[in-house]
Design a protein around this ligand. Structure first.
Ligand SMILES: *[C@@H]1O[C@H](CO)[C@@H](O)[C@H](O)[C@H]1NC(C)=O
Ligand SMILES: *[C@@H]1O[C@H](CO)[C@@H](O)[C@H](O)[C@H]1NC(C)=O
Ligand SMILES: *[C@@H]1O[C@H](CO)[C@@H](O)[C@H](O)[C@H]1NC(C)=O
Ligand SMILES: *[C@@H]1O[C@H](CO)[C@@H](O)[C@H](O)[C@H]1NC(C)=O
Length: 177
């Protein structure tokens, strides 16, 4: 252990590397995406939103962007049964604002939205299946998460694993182990 003499310069370098690596999980975490519902057709009747959503990949923290004429259409979050049968009574949430409205997808689950006024029967209904972010590190199993979709515990775990690995590598490379 007596050759464990590290000069200041190397210590600073090591600190910088650890700092950068600690940020790594945040950097690889994809930025939230804003999904324009229906693409260029927006939120309107006679668009196949099943087809549209099948080409999108929704992750926790992403946003839906509904563009529509608020004089005719609206955005109601409903449950699966109401989505399938176009029932607008007893909706979960009215997300209608000005017609260029964003909705955050906060949890990993399937969200269901319809427009009332009979437009749901003309295909104005969309189901989006929201998934958790995938772990960038596969060496360890991801922690079980049951706290309504927060990624923070996961980020901390990743950071700890990386820092531990780096410390280990440094100790090996300077001959301390
Ligand atoms: C919409 O697209 C889906 C998937 O491509 C298809 O299964 C479904 O039949 C289409 N719906 C209508 C009403 O065309
Ligand atoms: C879905 O919502 C409708 C309307 O509020 C309600 O009658 C029905 O019981 C709900 N279904 C489930 C499975 O929660
Ligand atoms: C939903 O909210 C909008 C805007 O606040 C309002 O104009 C509309 O009447 C509401 N629709 C329903 C079905 O509650
Ligand atoms: C997650 O939480 C819900 C409600 O708090 C509970 O019913 C469920 O068993 C929990 N699941 C896990 C895997 O802990």
């Amino acid at each position: 252990m007596e050759n464990l003499r590290v000069d200041n310069k190397m210590m600073v370098m090591v600190m910088v590397i650890i700092g950068l690596l600690a940020l790594y999980p945040l950097m690889v975490m994809a930025d939230p995406i804003r999904h324009k519902v229906g693409g260029n057709k927006g939120w309107s009747p006679n668009v196949n939103y099943t087809e549209w959503s099948s080409h999108e990949h929704f992750l926790v923290g992403d946003w839906l962007w509904f563009i529509f004429d608020k004089h005719y259409y609206n955005i109601l979050e409903v449950n699966k049964t109401s989505y399938e049968n176009c029932i607008d009574n007893g909706f979960i949430k009215n997300l209608t604002r000005g017609g260029r409205d964003v909705v955050e997808l906060k949890e990993a689950r399937t969200y269901y939205y319809i427009s009332s006024g009979g437009y749901c029967f003309h295909q104005m209904k969309v189901a989006v299946n929201v998934e958790e972010h995938q772990a960038p590190i596969t060496a360890s199993p991801p922690p079980i998460m049951n706290n309504s979709g927060s990624i923070l515990p996961y980020v901390y775990t990743c950071t700890l694993i990386i820092v531990a690995n780096v410390l280990f590598m440094i100790l090996v490379s300077i001959g301390a182990l």
